[in-house]
Design a binder for this molecule. Structure first.
Ligand SMILES: [Mg+2]
Length: 119
């Protein structure tokens, strides 16, 4: 992941040299929305079994997943933060947490403030 982040950072510096933090975070939000839409379309397509567009829909989902990852790695690079290290450090915390499902089906760690009154 470090090498990929470095590559994306070099590309980003060349193609979007003056990008702002606001521009980056807004773009990430848009890409997350596109990925969410593509994920539901891919799920629906897979469940239909006979959908002739299933491969195309899945490929679109893969591209949208990649867009989210590219934006995330780009933001990490913008701050000169090693995203792989961030994920490794945070997973150590996540492994030690207890996880519960709230009434909306969202899985949260048991100390989450968002969970209060939602079980
Ligand atoms: Mg996209």
């Amino acid at each position: 992941m470090r090498e990929l982040q470095r590559e994306i950072g070099l590309w980003q510096d060349k193609v979007f040299p003056d990008v702002s933090l606001e521009g980056l975070t807004m773009h990430l939000r848009e890409e997350v929305e596109e990925m969410e839409e593509a994920a539901f379309a891919a799920y629906d397509s897979l469940m239909s079994h006979s959908d002739p567009l299933v491969l195309e829909v899945h490929e679109h989902f893969r591209h949208e997943l990649a867009d989210v990852a590219i934006m995330l790695l780009g933001i990490a690079n913008h701050f000169d933060v090693d995203l792989q290290r961030c994920v490794e450090d945070k997973m150590k915390i996540n492994y030690a947490r207890k996880w519960v499902t709230d009434v909306d089906g969202v899985i949260r760690h048991s100390e989450s403030k968002k969970l209060e009154g939602r079980l």
